[in-house]
Ligand binder design. Structure first.
Ligand SMILES: Cc1cc2nc3c(=O)[nH]c(=O)nc-3n(C[C@H](O)[C@H](O)[C@H](O)COP(=O)(O)OP(=O)(O)OC[C@H]3O[C@@H](n4cnc5c(N)ncnc54)[C@H](O)[C@@H]3O)c2cc1C
Length: 455
């Protein structure tokens, strides 16, 4: 079977690439290969009742399938060059922002209309933060919410399904380059195309690494972010989240000079498990629909760890720490901040006696047995710093779930078209190591589609 363009991965990067290709040239024959299920077949078996913990499904419905890792996410589209990836380094700041705004317009047209756009511009919290040695990053954020995000994906699929061939539950085994054609090798056969877009996200990081080795595509990798997910009563951060929804706050620790930052803030949200290549870590999301909201807010506190030569396996380092928590807790560990400070583990009874109800059923334990001292010290310092702008953060009952790890795909060498050293082979989204967010991944998809059609 031959196509004009084959896209590997149906996450935001792949979907927006397909959308833009067809919009610009309806005659193009485009196929999308996706390892996971179609959107309506995606279902995580954890129900908190019969199945409490991750059972390592063959294809993780949280990470894979139409919509990619973003399908059940909070649908926070951050329109900024300050975080979420370094796409602007390749295509320029203005173009990156324009593409993110374009993606936002499409999201609104496909079901997101009426959702709120928050902005830090002119916010009084910038001053409050800086007065307390905290730094609030600039951004506009469209919060679709998990429910509306899903509707947008449903509508995009309904529009694309008759114009693009989707192959679900079809992991691509390998990509071969032969006589100007790309051969996309799957279990059921080989598909050919002159132009190929790889958008395999974080769940495809190992696969991407292998492809780069096989095709001899240069890569670099040396960063991993490690930390915890904090859960506290929504009232503690309400003054910030009501105005900004998500605040990205950075703090430099006194002890080591490390940077600790808040990440992925979910007002009135829920903490969830995340399975990356069989390793259980923690994440969070929240719904736009008030009926589905909780009384808690959660966000991650992450410490960026950059390694220098000769050590190269930063993701391996992060995985080992996550494995340690999985070994001790059978999955994610939860600990009260008060217990951590007293140097004792949390127990079921201590969690039950707390004035906060956890939204994730995790194993009570001791995070100091899992996280390296330097990282844990940084997180504790940051919690006390945040307590100055959001009193109650350093409360005894504040819950810390561990570990949260942000794995960064190794950065693949691409040019300003996001084309690698092979002509017409484009590597985009989180799989390229260049983006780490819905908006940047989607924007990268639009960018390559325009380059393919317009040259
Ligand atoms: C729980 C959760 C919440 C999140 N919340 C937010 C948020 O609010 N805001 C935000 O900006 N970001 C959020 N993120 C991150 C965001 O989802 C990602 O940055 C984004 O989805 C990246 O898009 P992508 O298309 O590059 O990759 P992905 O979305 O990861 O999509 C890649 C797709 O490729 C498929 N694939 C992988 N390997 C193969 C193969 N060999 N063959 C075929 N298919 C393959 C995968 O199954 C997957 O569906 C969240 C992530 C999670 C897990």
């Amino acid at each position: 079977m031959k196509y004009d363009v084959i896209i590997i991965g149906a996450g935001p990067g792949g979907i927006f690439a397909a959308y833009e290709l067809i919009r610009l040239d309806a005659g193009l024959k485009v196929a999308v290969f996706e390892a996971g299920h179609a959107l309506d077949k995606r279902h995580c078996p954890i129900d908190g009742d019969k199945i409490k913990n991750c059972i390592n499904c063959k294809s993780c419905s949280i990470m894979s399938g139409f919509g990619g890792a973003g399908a059940f996410s909070d649908g926070k589209y951050n329109i900024t060059n300050d975080f979420g990836g370094t796409l602007y380094e390749y295509i320029g700041k203005k173009q990156a922002l324009d593409l993110m705004k374009y993606v936002d317009e499409i999201n609104l047209r496909y079901g997101g209309e009426g959702t709120k756009l928050y902005t830090t511009a002119g916010s009084r919290f910038k001053t409050l933060c800086i007065q307390n040695d905290l730094h609030l990053l600039d951004a506009s954020v469209r919060h679709l919410g998990t429910d509306i995000n899903y509707i947008v994906l449903e509508n995009l699929y309904a529009d694309l399904k008759d114009k693009v061939d989707f192959y679900f539950d079809t992991p691509v085994q390998t990509v071969k380059h032969d006589d100007g054609l790309y051969k996309i090798v799957c279990a059921d056969g080989i598909y050919e195309c002159p132009k190929c877009i790889i958008s395999v996200g974080r769940s495809g990081s190992k696969w991407m690494e292998n492809i780069c080795k096989e095709l001899n595509i240069p890569t670099k990798s040396n960063r991993v972010d490690i930390g915890v997910r904090v859960e506290l009563p929504a009232a503690v951060f309400a003054h910030l989240t009501d105005e900004l929804y998500e605040s990205k706050i950075v703090y430099r620790t006194e002890k080591y000079g490390d940077k600790v930052r808040t990440f992925c803030m979910n007002p009135k949200g829920a903490v969830v498990n995340e399975n990356t290549n069989g390793i259980i870590t923690v994440n969070g999301h929240s719904y736009e629909d008030p009926a589905k909201q909780t009384e808690n807010t959660n966000f991650a506190l992450l410490v960026a760890k950059h390694f220098s030569e000769p050590f190269k396996d930063s993701n391996g380092y992060g995985e080992s720490i996550a494995r340690l928590s999985n070994m001790l807790g059978g999955g994610v560990i939860v600990q009260r901040f008060g217990d951590l400070i007293r140097g004792r583990r949390s127990t079921h009874s201590r969690i039950q006696e707390a004035f906060i109800t956890p939204t994730l059923s995790a194993t009570p334990g001791d995070l100091s047995l899992v996280l390296p001292k330097r990282i844990l010290d940084g997180i504790i310092e940051m919690i006390y710093a945040l307590d100055k702008v959001a009193p109650g953060t350093a409360n005894e009952d504040t819950l810390l779930y561990g570990v949260e790890v942000k794995f960064y795909n190794m950065e693949v060498e691409v040019d300003n078209k996001l084309e690698c050293r092979y002509k017409d082979l484009y590597i985009i989204g989180d799989g390229s190591g260049i983006t780490h967010s819905l908006s940047h991944a989607s924007a990268s998809g639009v960018h390559v589609a325009r380059n393919i059609v317009n040259g």
